[in-house]
Ligand binder design. Structure first.
Ligand code: BGC
Length: 440
């Protein structure tokens, strides 16, 4: 299986980091590269990708099916369910001041309507642990995976889904909201149900078969997990996620009205090339309705960017020859983050937090190059007046990259799958240096 964003971005051949060139001429350093006081510097993670043994999550069933398309089972992951204090120490040790992580709904509500105080306390300890270390907790209430029972009742296609999510948000907020710095409802819901349009048929068909197989195994009519390529009814899925976000955000606000609440969207830097470029149609298709909803319901927008895409009148152009590529073959272009941030702000006029940006690569030199190069571009956009409040790098650790398992690596740290010992990569020091200086 393949990840959703890489599919949007397309593929190509990999080249070494040594060919990296200057990305954007426009990176003027108008204010000497200094970021505003209080700028959030952090790393991002998601529960299912690092915690391990998330056995009540929808995806556990899919990963463990005989003949699954997943490259690996999530298994122990980085064992961050136990080792979260170590992880927070790593973040603090880098001189960062923020940590984004997600609540695992499947742990907090392992059976429908039964909430676990012990698990809520677990996440409360993490939030307190952030605060004790001077880290601003940015908490995603739902990062893709849902409880197994939720998927078995139709997932986001169940008419009850928005209420079920809002009830979860209410319970979690009542336990946790006091310590949270920024709250996010859903992660990248703008890709739900539209990704299939550009997928090779066999991937969609494979995913559909896995969902049918899971339904059969569990003796239910359908099984719709939160990580998917195929959904039966995209319009219903999307409408329910939008309503879930609305009600979830309202539930969090009802508990703590001064807590900034947002949503995170996957935004490519889509660039128009030539006359009649299809760029604007693509933007409307992939981001339009979510950007409008965010503008009405959010205090900030989380922008997640990894790539750019150039569109002419007929479609996407291949990456320029010789351009640096990520581990999946897509182009790595340092200006893409700034372009996506500018677009997200122009469309919503909301303050922006970069809630994810990074690169899938075994070549850490590429990551070490990308971080300062992208931040220079981001700073230039900020100097133009775009209000960016933070940069949270994806990711603190190598982790379970969904369908790619442990074969795609985004981490500033690697970990040993037996001892779980974390090891910093050189790029961690690069981000640390920028964050400590608060300048690039
Ligand atoms: C997701 C992460 C994922 C990352 C890298 C984003 O789409 O939010 O869960 O690991 O990008 O692919």
């Amino acid at each position: 299986m393949i990840d959703r964003r890489t599919l949007i971005a397309g593929a190509g051949s990999a080249v070494a980091a040594s060919v990296l060139g200057a990305p954007l001429a426009s990176a003027a350093r108008r204010s000497g590269g200094a970021f505003p006081k209080g700028f959030l510097w952090g790393t991002s993670t998601a529960a299912h990708q690092i915690e391990g043994n998330n056995i009540n999550a929808d995806l556990w069933v899919i990963e463990n099916l005989p003949g699954t398309m997943f490259a690996d089972r999530s298994g122990d992951a980085a064992n961050s369910f136990e080792l979260w204090p170590t992880d927070l120490d790593l973040v603090k040790g880098m001189g960062l001041n923020s940590y984004r992580f997600s609540l695992e709904w499947a742990r907090i509500e392992p059976d429908k309507g039964h909430f676990s105080n012990a698990m809520l306390d677990h996440y409360k300890a993490m939030i307190d642990g952030c605060r004790m270390r001077g880290l601003h907790p940015a908490v995603t209430f739902n990062h893709f995976t849902t409880p197994r029972w939720f998927a078995a009742q139709g997932g986001w296609q169940n008419p009850e889904a928005p209420d079920l999510f809002a009830r979860f948000c209410d319970r979690a907020a009542r336990h946790l909201a006091g310590g949270i710095g920024h709250a996010m409802t859903l992660n990248e819901p703008n890709l739900s149900g539209v990704i299939g349009e550009i997928l090779p048929r066999q991937l969609m068909e494979g995913d559909r078969k896995m969902q049918l197989q899971a339904a059969k195994l569990l003796g239910v009519a359908s099984y719709s997990p939160g990580v998917n390529l195929w959904v039966e009814n995209a319009a219903v899925y999307r409408a329910n996620q939008m309503e879930g976000h609305r009600r979830g955000a309202a539930a969090i606000k009802a508990v703590r009205s001064d807590l900034p609440v947002g949503v995170t969207l996957a935004i490519l830097d889509d660039q128009a090339v030539g006359q009649n470029s299809m760029r604007d149609r693509i933007r409307e298709r992939y981001y339009g309705e979510w950007l409008r909803l965010a503008a009405r319901t959010c205090d900030f927008l989380g922008v997640q960017n990894y790539e750019r895409k150039r569109w002419d009148a007929n479609g996407a152009l291949p990456p320029p020859e010789g351009s640096p590529r990520n581990g999946g073959g897509a182009e790595v272009w340092a200006g893409s983050l700034a372009g996506a941030v500018r677009y997200g702000w122009e469309a919503t006029r909301l303050p922006i937090i970069v809630t994810e940006h990074g690169v899938n690569s075994d070549d850490d030199a590429l990551r070490a190059w990308l971080i300062p190069a992208a931040l220079k571009e981001l700073k230039a956009v900020m100097d133009d007046g775009v209000p960016v409040q933070g940069y949270l790098h994806w990711s603190l650790l190598d982790n379970f990259e969904w369908g790619f398992g442990y074969h795609h690596r985004f981490g500033l740290h690697s970990f040993d799958p037996k001892t779980f010992k974390r090891t910093a990569k050189p790029s961690a020091a690069v981000l640390a240096r920028i964050a400590r200086a608060n300048r690039v």
